[in-house]
Design a protein around this ligand. Sequence first.
Ligand code: AMP
Length: 483
Amino acid sequence: MTKFTDLNLDKKVLKAVEEAGYEEPTPIQAGAIPPALEGRDVLGIAQTGTGKTASFTLPMITLLGRGRARARMPRSLVLAPTRELAAQVAENFDTYTKYTKLTKALLIGGVSFKEQDALIDRGVDVLIATPGRLLDHFERGKLLLTGVQVMVVDEADRMLDMGFIPDIERIFSLTPFTRQTLFFSATMAPEIERITNTFLSNPAKVEVARAATTNKNITQGVVMFKASRKDREGSEKRKLLRALIDSEGEMLTNAIIFCNRKSDVDITAKSLKKYGYDAAAIHGDLDQSHRMKTLDGFRDGSLKLLVASDVAARGLDIPNVSHVFNFDVPSHAEDYVHRIGRTGRAGRTGTAMMICVPRDEKNMDDIERLVEHAIPRLDNPMVATKEAPEASEEKTEEKPKRSRSRSRAKKSEEPKVEAEAEKAPAPAPEETSSEEQKPRRSRGGRGRNRDGGGGPTPMGMGDHMPTFIAKSFEERLADDAAA
Ligand code: AMP
């Protein structure tokens, strides 16, 4: 068994690692740290939760131990796809650089350029950035990348999903070709393979098992659900979600609820709040300080339910999540693995429940194929309690818990949630809309990924009328005729 002390890490780094309470390196750390310390390029195929962040931060800190930062010329660069992930990497650096004098700057959207410029001007050893923000600084003439000795690309597959590959290629070309590259991706899509073949030089390839697919600690289940009427689907799904949450009782200490679209993240969080649940939303359109505050609340236990989009939640390290709910079946099967991997971490048990409407059955099949097992079907708790949602329209959503004693509140509040749902224009997929998440097409390149169209399939059905809608319509006609 490899020990941290066998890895040739700087003593100051070892001390910080010891204080973090790590007993031994994880497989990605044991595999990636030695070649990284030898100055070799590393291609790490690992997802979040495997300890991959320390597998690049620890050798970087050791390598940067000697030498000093120069104004506007960072010595190393870490690129992460989202603000949250970049902030998480920065936190890791803070933990492990505790006993060193290394400096760092975090360049993410939502923070003023002025503050960030001041840090860069002073000179930093480690620059952590989202690709868009980094190029903004570069274009403003505030930053030189010619001093970069080590460059890390974290979550490259996510960068691909978000259309960042042209930006990454540009950034690679702005750094010296003599740099060392540490490149991490959960999967090796053909486009990722092309990039690594182009920009990495004889990398040490370190691959670790996909944690979540084999994580036996997570109890999974799916409720196959068909709304009584198409236009009631949203509200009936929210009612089902509440029933699922309630059915878990005290076993549910906290939960992340994933929706495919930002508009649904907002509506679901608002609806839960109206019904007296302790919930808040997090997605790419919310400003940075708001997102951080929400996440901090969830981490410290003061917020129970976090309603999130994939991009906002991807890779977030929150060790103690008892439940994950997939309000929607994710349209990329891999997102299922990432989503449920938010629970059952660090040897704990977890529960992952999903709602699947007929339209999502194809995506469900893809997920089951990917995880190589059937996801157990769960009974609909509303049917079990004879609360099937085919009641009259007014009864579609139960009355909010709070409003049982405050009926006026319900009248003015809940319809608003529903009205917003109806008003909402066909929303853009999450991946394409927040500031740093937009692909920068003007910089040339291919734009969206080839192998999946770059984001969830739009929910609109165009000219196609699925049979389940036609069927329920016919059923209603038959009912009308019988009446
Ligand atoms: P990551 O995959 O980088 O997101 O890390 C997931 C979690 O594992 C974080 O909470 C780390 O603090 C933790 N971690 C990293 N390395 C180790 C280790 N060697 N032993 C125990 N926990 C670790």
